[in-house]
Design a protein around this ligand. Sequence first.
Ligand code: NAD
Length: 430
Amino acid sequence: MAKASTPYERALSFVHAAFDRVQLNEKERAILGNPQNIVSHEVEFDLDDGKKQKVHAYRVQHSNARGPYKGGIRFHPEADIEEVKALATLMSMKTAVVGIPYGGAKGGIQIDPKKLSRTELERMSRAYARTFASAIGPNIDIPAPDVNTTPQIMAWMRDEYEKVTKTYAPDVITGKPLSFGGSLGRDRATARGGFFVLEQLAKREAFEIKNMRVAIQGFGNAGAEIAGYLHEAGATIVAVSDSQGGIYSKEGLDPKRIHKYKSETGSVRGEYCQGSVCDIKKLKLDNTEVITNEDLLVCDCDLLIPAALDNVITEKNAKDIKAKFILELANGPVTPEADEIFKKTGVTPIPDILANAGGVTVSYFEWVQGRSGNMWTAERVDTELRRIMLAAFDDVRSEAKRQNCTYREGAFSLAVGRIVEAMRVRGWVS
Ligand code: NAD
C-alpha cells in the first residue's frame, strides 16, 4: 500500500478500498471518486482600518445522489482545497452510514480567524454567504459549523442569505443559535451519538461500559461531553488531554472537576500545573501523573477516544496502542497505515463516519424543524438520535460480518453501496 500523505489521499484510500469491495464499475467510480462540484471564489471584505482583504474560499459538493449536499464550513489557515475535498467526501459517506437523506459537502476559508476582530469576522462570514448564495440553499446544499465556525457565524450567514435571496430560510444552515432556529441537543450531539454507538458495541460484543478504562484526547465540545456520559455510566476516565498536554490517573479522573479547572485555567492540567510548573505533592496525593498527548495515545486503557485532531494515530504509534477499542470522535484520527497494523494487533477502531455522525444527525433534525416549523423537545431529539445511531451501528456490524471485514471497511462499503444504489435508481448509472 502506497503511503497516503494528504488528508484527501487518506480519505480516498478508505473510499477506494470500498469501491473494490462493492465492485463498482468504472463509471460509478468516476462519479463517486470525485466531487460533483467545486465552487471557489476570492471573497473580499472590509477590515476595521478601512482596507480590503481577499481570502480563498471554497464549497466542495461531493455528492447529492441521496439528498442535498450537507457539511460544515471551516475557517483555518490550512483549509486548502485538498483538505476540503477530503472532508466533503467523508460527509457523503457519513450521511449514508446513518441513512439520513443528504449527500456530502464541505466549505472552507483559508484564514486564521483568531487574527480578525469580531466585526471583521462578521463581515467575512456575511461575504462568504453572499458570494456562495447561489451554490447553497435549503434544497441544494445546507452548511453547518466546523473548526472555528460557531452558532453566531451560522446566524450571520443565515441572515445574509435571507437578505440576498429575499426569502425566509430557517433551513438553509444548521448549527444556529437556539434563539434563531437552532435545535435542542445540537451542542451535545456528537458525543451523545458516540456514546450510543458505544452502548450498542458493548451490547453486541458483550462487555460493560462500567468496566472500561477510558483515555480521551481533546477536552472540547466532543471530548468533554463524552467524558461526562462515560463517567455517569460508571466507566473510569483514566486520562484526558488538550493542546497543552494531559493527566493520567489509574484510579480515575472526575470530568466535572477537570471541566471546572479547564474553564478557570484554560487547561485540563489546571488543577496541578501552571504552564510547565506542576505541584508534585498534589499530583502524588491524588495519584495523578502529568502526561503528553503522545503518552495518552499509548496509555494503559480499554477504550481510546481521539477527540481533537486528524492524523494522530499513525504507523509510528499504532503498534504501541494498548486500547482494545478506538472510538473516533475526531475526523480522520487513524491513518490507513495504522488501520492495517490494527488488523494484526487486534485493536478495533469504530470509524469516524459512524462514531461522530451524531452531529450531522441532529443537524438533520434541525433542518427538519426549520422546514416544518415544529420545535422538538430535548427528549425527542435524544430518542430519535438514539434510534438512528443504534440502527447505523447494527447496519455497519452486519455489513462487516457479511464481508468478514473491519467496522471501518463495513461502514465505507455500506455507505458506498447506499450512494450507488441512489445513483442507480436515479438513472445516473445502470
Ligand atoms: P473543540 O475545539 O471544542 O475541542 C478540541 C479539543 O482538542 C480542545 O480541548 C483542544 O484543546 C484539543 N486540542 C487541540 N489541539 C490539540 C493537540 N495538539 N493535542 C491534543 N488536544 C488538542 O472541537 P470539537 O468540536 O470537540 O471537535 C473535536 C474533533 O471532533 C474534531 O476533529 C472535529 O472535526 C470532530 N467532530 C466534531 C463534531 C462536533 O459536532 N463538535 C462533529 C463531528 C466531528
